[in-house]
Design a protein around this ligand. Structure first.
Ligand SMILES: [Zn+2]
Length: 144
């Protein structure tokens, strides 16, 4: 594999201006917008929405179409330890997924709170979308 990659690098090195221009034209404008777009699946047979499934949980079909989510949902319940701040979120389109809440302490997040998607994939690569609370939370003065 390395042997075949070396000649490609040298070929690109002969035209550095064209290669650099191509990279900036394709990656820069699309990258920030693409991170906020959350896509989900919709069963082509029964229309049930799903997220990262290989088959429909309602009818068992394996044919999905890909749709874009508006990125808004409601917190359902906590998942795992509190300091991970991961929650199951019911999106407005009707599918549930595991999300990591950012910008708010775990004890501030409540079941039923509205959230919006900030990043589709967490920065450390866990594959969990990152959401933040839609309404700003007042800082807790006395929680005891
Ligand atoms: Zn189905």
């Amino acid at each position: 594999m390395l042997q075949t990659e070396i000649p490609e690098d040298t070929e690109l090195g002969e035209t550095p201006d064209a290669a650099a221009a191509d990279v900036t034209a394709t990656c820069s404008p699309a990258a920030p917008a693409g991170r906020r777009e959350l896509f989900f699946q919709r069963c082509r047979w029964c229309g049930t929405p799903a997220y990262r499934r290989s088959f429909c949980r309602a009818c068992g079909a394996m044919a999905f179409s890909r749709e874009r989510s508006a990125g808004a949902g409601v917190v359902l319940r906590r998942n795992g330890h509190a300091h991970h701040n991961t929650w199951f979120v019911a999106m407005d389109e009707g599918f549930n997924l595991l999300c990591q809440v950012t910008g708010a302490a775990p004890f501030v997040v409540a079941v039923g709170a509205r959230v919006t998607v900030v990043r589709v994939v967490a920065p450390s690569g866990q594959g969990v979308p990152v959401v933040e609370l839609a309404e700003p939370v007042r800082p807790p003065e006395r929680w005891w």
